[in-house]
Structure formats: structure tokens, C-alpha cells
Design a protein around this ligand. Structure first.
Ligand code: ADP
Ligand code: MG
Length: 731
């Protein structure tokens, strides 16, 4: 049996899926009935805990107080009973190591009773503290292999939940992960520290503006939109590159892809809709408030977005969103691809992170309100963000750097690697006024008349949208659009919180000292406006409202002195600077060693992933494509001989054979070049990464080009891999 027939079988099996599955459910349960069914929420705690223990939990959440051992024991026992009722047999401390994934080590809830039987138990200590082996997770050099001790610590602010498998359920307790000496080995600890830092600094501003009444904390909020692709599982398994790398390493463009723009917001295919409903149900059970679902730009591409939540919980939920998409897809005969660029030539996937700051009283501090020009506090926060992003655009850029995202940023489908801010007409007008004195007016969008009496007048937003901007103000929040679709969003959020903390600190310090003597409203207004005017003048070059995809912007950005760190190898060094070290250290987010460890872990990941891709690519080239090419070549050669033998002019066929042999030779030559380079290891990781970028990736690009050209020429029955057309249109 040739590989080609395996491909044929994969295609045939895929098209039969819908008929044979029978998995669609007749009706769904009501969302309000299943929502958070598998979450140990505050409401559950209120019902199940003694009053004093429940109050203690609230004090942890509101005032950062600690629980006593007795209280932890009581909570653990209630949590265990609740979990057993839901079929749990095991529990796990669930955490986010530097792999960018989540980790879990399951322990059974059973305890031998000493009389030959077992009982169920979960102690306060089990709940509060765990001890996974830290040596097998990336620590970026913080821990040597023999220094294995690491701790997980219960994060009371993120509720425990239950994940159901095919054969049993597991109680998952969100935790932070630290080393024996207390250094953060995960993504949650720095995030929590950055949220605290921002709260501390923002509270100073609220006090200056006298708007701190009743506010205990300032929170950050996050709504993360997730893009992903679905491909048929049978076809996925026939593509080793998708299975190992989640992206196609070869693949010629299909005749029809996204040219007609007919997929975006198009009607959702039946099987996909059934899949989406199921992930929604699963996520609802986990308390994730999924809100939006639609087709994205590329064929086979979709998006899911939840309602925003407090950042820490939203980050945990985002990890669950990714896991759930992957886990549920096979039930519907799909494989979900979360990679940033599964297919060349069509759009890749990103993750927009919507970021705002709010008082714990529920007020969104980034809401401009109606008469924005009179809202000093909003204008101050706005200028703090502008200053933060201008001064630290390199660090923000580095926070979204990954090998997958390199394929997207700057490819005219996602914002470029140049970080800038889109403010829109209203706010741009406002900062222009601020620059020269006290703003006098707020531009408003007015009403939009659609020219038909049967259509209502629409309230027009004060500014248009700009999809090309990497960091855009979208009404009452900022949206960072440069994040990759596989990224754990905790890290870019940590970076935004930290740079904005620094900026608010800078402004608050200035205002506090200038207002020391006189705090009258007139004086406040004068000092604030003067400070903001200076900030606008110094930092407005980060604001850009035009087309970020255009070459003209790239030229202008260079003139403005904005960094254009095109790929990971150029971007990561921004984290390895004194500026970055001092910044993260000052706000207690990461000490120097913790930051260095992250840089190391990111570089290691880049090198490892590229190594895997190079190895997989060489293997497909050598064992699948080259044999097909040689077989095709043999057929051509036989045809030439047979044609000549029949006494017919074989010249045209002979010429194609010659061209084809030349192409195959070029392919083989690039393959040999790749095989020769890919295991070159250099001593310093950053040098190794640079070598990969400069020497290995160009060869991979050339090999791919030759491979895709072969795909266009080789007889379809010989081609061993499912094609783009098959992958992207079978649904
Ligand atoms: P679009 O794709 O047009 O940007 P979506 O509705 O898909 O819009 O996503 C917008 C996201 O922004 C949602 O997750 C939404 O909950 C979130 N969001 C709205 N307000 C805030 C806020 N104050 N803080 C953080 N996120 C927010
Ligand atoms: Mg968005």
C-alpha cells in the first residue's frame, strides 16, 4: 500500500464522520443551571462552611489575611465532600510552570483506614501546600537537577474546580509554584505580584484625586479572545508535521483560500457548531463565562471569547479554554490547532488581550465618561499608559515573542512587531488639546442615520476601530493584539501591569511632591495638566492611528525611533537589560535571578522547538516527499523511453523530466543542508538561537519552497500528505 492510499483513506474517513457519529445531542441544559456546577465557588463555601471559616475566606480575598491550620482543615474537608459528590477520585495542585502549559500531579483522595479498607481524606495541608519535584520543569537555571525541592501553594483567589475524564474526575486546586528558596518557578506568582504593584500605585492616584472613598484595592481585568483552527482528525494524523509541531512544514497554497473573504463571520458549519456548543457547556461548568463564537478570517479558523474577569482568574480560565478546546475536539472528529501559524499563506491565530483597571467597587478607571476633557483622573491614567508603552515598548514586544508568533507579527495579518498605540479620534483630539493647555471639549460620535425610516438611528462611537494596531484603546480598555494564540496570557499581563505601575508611580510621585503645600482643586488641576502636557509632548510618538501594515508606517516608525524587533531572537534581549532588571525588581515582580531564569527558559524553548521542527521537516522530506518525487521521476523517465520507443517525438516530455529532475535535486540538496546543520549546538543559548535564525531557518524556508513546488507537480495519487485543500475544506 502506498502512502498516497493512506491519504485517500484519511480523506474518505473524514467525509464519513458526520453520518456515523451520532454524537450530536438533542437539546442542551440551561446555562444558568450548569454554570459553575464543577466549581467550588464562594456560594458553595457559604453553604458548606461554618460561618467563621467562611468569613475567614472572605478576609483572605478582601484583606489578604491568612488562614489558620484549623480553618484550612475545615475547608479541605468540605471541598473533599463536595468533590466526592461529583465523582472525583483524585486531587491535584494545578499550576503554570514556565513550559507555558499547565501541570498537574494527581494524588488519590483515598487514605487506608488501618483495618484493610480505605476512607476518603483531604487535609488542610494537602490543600494549602504541595511538593512536586521542581527539577523536571524548566527553571531557566534557577534550579539544578539535584536541587529538586519545589512547592505549590494554594491560590485562594482562584476557585478549585473538577475536570471530568472518561473514567473518573479530578479535583483541581489552582496553585502557585515556587522553589525551595521561595523563587517563582511559574507564571502566576509574578502576575499576582504585578497586580499588587499596580493596585498600590493606582491607589496613590485615587487618593490624589480624592476618589478613593470605599476603595480597598484596584484590580486589573482581562478578557482574552482565542483564535484557533479545526482540522479533521483523520487528516491531522496523516500529517506528521501537524502531530509534532501543530503547523504544516510543507503545503502548497490551495486554489481557494481566504480570497473571497467568505469565511469571516460566515455561517458556522454544523459539526463545528456542535463542537462549539460542547466546549461552551464544558467551560460553563467550569465557571468560564464564554460569550462569543464566530468564524475567523481564514478557512477552518474560529474564535471564542469570554466575558472579562479579574485578571488572575481570567488567566487560569484562559488556560482552561485552551485545554478544553484541545480536549473536546476529538469527540467531534476534529483536531484543534492552537498554533500561531498552522498554514502558510493564510491568516494565523492570535489572542487579543483586553486589559483594564478597575476599583474593587466595580468602577472601570479606563472608562472615559461623557465629558472626558474634564476627567482629570482618566486623562492621567491614559497618559500613564502612553508613557509606559513608549518607554517599554521593547519589553512589551519581548513579552509576546515566541517561535510561533514570529510567523505572524508583521506578516500583514497581525499587527507588526513595532509596538504603537491606537487612540482613535476622540482621545487623539484630547491629547492634542492637552499638549497645549487645558482641554476644552470632548469630540463625540453623534448619531448615525442609515437613511431608512425603518432603521433606528445608531449611536456612533467617538472613534473608528483599527484592527492593524498592536495596542489599541477600544472604548473603555486597551487591547493588546500581538499575543500569540498558544501563549499563556499571564506573562504579557504581568508586563503591562508592571510598566504601567512604574508610570503611575512616576506621575504620583511628581504630583504628590508638587501638591505638598496646596491641595486646592485649582492647584490640582494646574499641576496635573502641566504634568500631562509634558508627558504628551515627550511620549506622543508612540501614538499611531493609521494603517500599521503599510510600509510607510515602518519607515515612519524608524524615523520616530520606535523599535522594530522583528522576531524572537531580536526581541528577547530586551529582557536581558539593566532597564528590565531594575523595573521588575523595583516593583517586586521578579528579582534579578527570576527574570534571568525566564529569559533562559524562553530562549531554550525557542531552540528546542526549532530543533523539533527541523528534525520533523527533514524526516518528512526524506521519507515521504523524496520517495514520491523519485517515483514520479521514474514514471516520467519511463514515459519518455516508451514514447521514443513508439517512434513519437518525446521532446516536450523529456524537457519536463529534465526540469523535474532539477527541482528534485534542489530539494535533495536543501534537505542535505538541513540535515547537516540542524544539530549544531553552540555553548551560549542566545548564540545558538541567533545561529538558528540566521542559518537554519533560511534553509528550512528554501526546502519548503522546493517541497511545495514538488507538490504542485507530482501526480496526485503519489502525494503522501493531505493537502491544504483537503485540510481546510473538509468540515
Ligand atoms: P472584538 O473581537 O470586537 O474585540 P469581543 O467581543 O470578541 O470583541 O471581545 C472583547 C473582549 O473584551 C471580551 O472578552 C470582553 O469581555 C472584554 N472586555 C470588555 N470590557 C472589558 C474590561 N473592562 N476589561 C477587560 N476586558 C474587557
Ligand atoms: Mg478584540
Amino acid at each position: 500500500m502506498t502512502r498516497g492510499s493512506v491519504r485517500g483513506e484519511a480523506v474518505a474517513a473524514s467525509t464519513e464522520w458526520e453520518i456515523s457519529s451520532g454524537r450530536y445531542r438533542a437539546g442542551r441544559e440551561r446555562v444558568d443551571e450548569i454554570f459553575a456546577r464543577d466549581v467550588f465557588t464562594l456560594r458553595v463555601m457559604r453553604e458548606r462552611l461554618p460561618k467563621d471559616v467562611y468569613t475567614a475566606v472572605q478576609n483572605v480575598l478582601d484583606k489578604g489575611e491568612r488562614l489558620s491550620e484549623r480553618q484550612a482543615d475545615i475547608i479541605a474537608s468540605a471541598m473533599k465532600d463536595w468533590a466526592l459528590e461529583r465523582g472525583a477520585t483524585h486531587f491535584t495542585h494545578w499550576f503554570q510552570p514556565l513550559t507555558g502549559l499547565t501541570a498537574e500531579k494527581h494524588d488519590s483522595l483515598i487514605v487506608p483506614d488501618g483495618q484493610g479498607h480505605v476512607v476518603f481524606g483531604l487535609s488542610g495541608k494537602d490543600l494549602v501546600q504541595g511538593e512536586p519535584d521542581a527539577s523536571s520543569f524548566p527553571s531557566g537555571g534557577l534550579r539544578a537537577t539535584f536541587e529538586a525541592r519545589g512547592y505549590t501553594a494554594w491560590d485562594v483567589t482562584s476557585p478549585a474546580f473538577i475536570v471530568h475524564g472518561s473514567n473518573g474526575a479530578t479535583l483541581c486546586i489552582p496553585t502557585a509554584f515556587a522553589s525551595y528558596n521561595g523563587q517563582a518557578l511559574d507564571k502566576k506568582i509574578p502576575l499576582l505580584r504585578s497586580i499588587d504593584a499596580l493596585s498600590t500605585q493606582a491607589m496613590r492616584l485615587l487618593r490624589i484625586f480624592g476618589s478613593d472613598a470605599g476603595v480597598k484595592r484596584v484590580e486589573t481585568t482581562l478578557g482574552a479572545e482565542q483564535e484557533y483552527f479545526l482540522v479533521d482528525r483523520n487528516l491531522y494524523h496523516a500529517r506528521p508535521d501537524l502531530v509534532t509541531c501543530e503547523r504544516t512544514l510543507f503545503g502548497a497554497q490551495a486554489p481557494k483560500h481566504q480570497q473571497l473573504d467568505d469565511h469571516y463571520f460566515g455561517s458556522i458549519p454544523n459539526r463545528v457548531l456542535a463542537f462549539m456548543s460542547e466546549i461552551e457547556d464544558e467551560l460553563y461548568r467550569l465557571g468560564v463565562p464564554v460569550k462569543t463564537r464566530h468564524n475567523e478570517v481564514a478557512p477552518g479558523q474560529y474564535e471564542l471569547a469570554p466575558v472579562f474577569e479579574a485578571t488572575n482568574v481570567a488567566c487560569d480560565h484562559q488556560m482552561l479554554v485552551m485545554e478544553t478546546i484541545r480536549r473536546v475536539a476529538p469527540r467531534f472528529g476534529f483536531a484543534a490547532l492552537l498554533h500561531e501559524k498552522p498554514f502558510a499563506g493564510i491568516n494565523g491565530s492570535g489572542k487579543h488581550i483586553n486589559w483594564a483597571i478597575g476599583a474593587d467597587t466595580g468602577v472601570n478607571l479606563l472608562d472615559p465618561t461623557d465629558e472626558t476633557h474634564t476627567n482629570l483622573q482618566f486623562m492621567t491614567l491614559l497618559c500613564a499608559v502612553i508613557r509606559a508603552v513608549h518607554l517599554n515598548s521593547d519589553i512589551l514586544r519581548a513579552s509576546v515573542a515566541s517561535i510561533g508568533n514570529d510567523h505572524r507579527l508583521g506578516a500583514n495579518e497581525a499587527p507588526p512587531a513595532i509596538i504603537s498605540i491606537f487612540l482613535g479620534d476622540m482621545l487623539t483630539d484630547l491629547i492634542t488639546q492637552l499638549e497645549t493647555g487645558a482641554p476644552q471639549r470632548t469630540k463625540n460620535g453623534g448619531l448615525l442615520d442609515l437613511g431608512s425610516r425603518s432603521l433606528a438611528m445608531l449611536k456612533r462611537d467617538p472613534g473608528d476601530r483599527n484592527r492593524t494596531s498592536p495596542f489599541a484603546f477600544t472604548g473603555n480598555r486597551f487591547e493588546l493584539r500581538a499575543v500569540g494564540s498558544t501563549a499563556a496570557v499571564a506573562w504579557p499581563n504581568t508586563v503591562i501591569n508592571t510598566i504601567v505601575s512604574e508610570s503611575i508611580d512616576f506621575i504620583a510621585t511628581k504630583l504628590e511632591s508638587e501638591l505638598a503645600g496646596d491641595r486646592s482643586p485649582e492647584r490640582l488641576q494646574e499641576v496635573v495638566l502641566r504634568t500631562l502636557s509634558e508627558i504628551v509632548r515627550e511620549h506622543k510618538s508612540i501614538v499611531f492611528n493609521g494603517d500599521n501594515y503599510a510600509q510607510a508606517w515602518h519607515d515612519e516608525a524608524a524615523q520616530r525611533g520606535l523599535p522594530n524587533l522583528k522576531h524572537t531572537v531580536e526581541a528577547l534581549p530586551a529582557l536581558d537589560t539593566e532597564k528590565a532588571r531594575a523595573l521588575f525588581e523595583k516593583y517586586g515582580v521578579l528579582d534579578r535571578a527570576e527574570l534571568a531564569s525566564r529569559v533562559n527558559a524562553f530562549i531554550e524553548k525557542y531552540i528546542t522547538q526549532c530543533g523539533i521542527e527541523a528534525g520533523q521537516m527533514a524526516s518528512i522530506a526524506r521519507t515521504m516527499i523524496l520517495p514520491a518525487a523519485l517515483e514520479h521521476q521514474r514514471r516520467l523517465a519511463e514515459t519518455v523511453a516508451a514514447t521514443q520507443g513508439a517512434g513519437v517525438d518525446a521532446e516536450p516530455t523529456r524537457a519536463s523530466l529534465e526540469d523535474f529532475v532539477e527541482l528534485t535535486n534542489r530539494f535533495r540538496d536543501r534537505l542535505e543542508a538541513l540535515e547537516a546543520t540542524s544539530d549544531l549546538a553552540h555553548s551560549a543559548p542566545m548564540d545558538h538561537a541567533r545561529h538558528i535564525k540566521a542559518s537554519v531557518q533560511p534553509i528550512m524556508d528554501e526546502l519548503r519552497q522546493a517541497g511545495d513546488e514538488l507538490e504542485r507537480q507530482i501526480s496526485d495519487d503519489l502525494w503522501p500528505l493531505p493537502t491544504y485543500r483537503e485540510l481546510l475544506t473538509i468540515r
